[in-house]
Design a protein around this ligand. Structure first.
Ligand code: MD6
Ligand code: FE
Length: 202
């Protein structure tokens, strides 16, 4: 494990926290998760299809559809979510906290042109725990704002192997992904980016 830690508005970004071998191991484990719980293209409550494809592991998974944003104990296909892989849980213990395990591991897949609008992670019942985010594959431009929508922002590139932690006062900051630099990493043979976030939900 190598790299420096950058802090922007209280968000800790551990650059290159995962070496290429560990990134491959996490990717292999994610392939197993995705075989059991296929990626889906969620719809926003307003009926727009999201450009990012998603699935989850853990006791509950994050879902968006016409009924709203929420956590559900089963995949839309009716199956329980697979367990969170050990390779990912150990990162929570190291970068998040060791006193509690996460309930949800949300997996986001960005293909060419995919982005994620500015949002706050506020669907969890208990928002005092950090959110730990792992980036794999192509680099992404991560924008960090404020506790309310709008105002000034700062951006940083998240590269493959970076770990970002939104905890404490930074937990409720608005953030989003403006774009990915498609083809900038060779981790995923067909290009694209995977982001994994670990959360305590309730
Ligand atoms: C992404 N990340 O990196 C989107 N949320 O693709 C998030 O939305 C995020 O990186 C909460 C905490 C950390 C994050
Ligand atoms: Fe988020």
């Amino acid at each position: 494990m190598t790299g420096k830690t950058v802090v922007i508005r209280g968000v800790e970004i551990h650059k290159r926290a995962l070496d290429p071998r560990y990134q491959e191991r996490v990717l292999d484990d994610l392939r197993t998760v995705v075989r059991a719980a296929p990626l889906i293209s969620p719809t926003t409550p307003r009926g727009r299809k999201m450009s990012v494809r998603m699935t989850s592991a853990g006791r509950c998974g994050w879902i968006s559809d016409r009924l709203g944003y929420r956590y559900e104990p089963v995949h839309p296909d009716g199956q329980p979510w697979p367990d969170i892989p050990e390779s990912i849980l150990s990162l929570w213990a190291r970068y998040g906290c060791s006193s509690r395990m996460p309930d949800c591991c949300l997996i986001n897949h960005y293909g060419q042109g995919a982005r994620m609008g500015m949002h706050q992670d506020n669907d969890e019942r208990d928002m005092s725990w950090p959110v730990v985010s792992i980036s794999l594959g192509d680099s992404a431009l991560f924008r960090i704002g404020n506790r309310e929508r709008g105002g000034s922002t700062e951006s940083i590139w998240l590269d493959s192997g970076d770990i970002a932690v939104l905890g404490g006062a930074a937990r409720m900051l608005y953030h989003g992904i403006d774009r990915i630099e498609f083809g900038s990493s060779r981790l995923l043979s067909r290009g694209g980016r995977i982001n994994v976030t670990l959360r305590v939900v309730d």
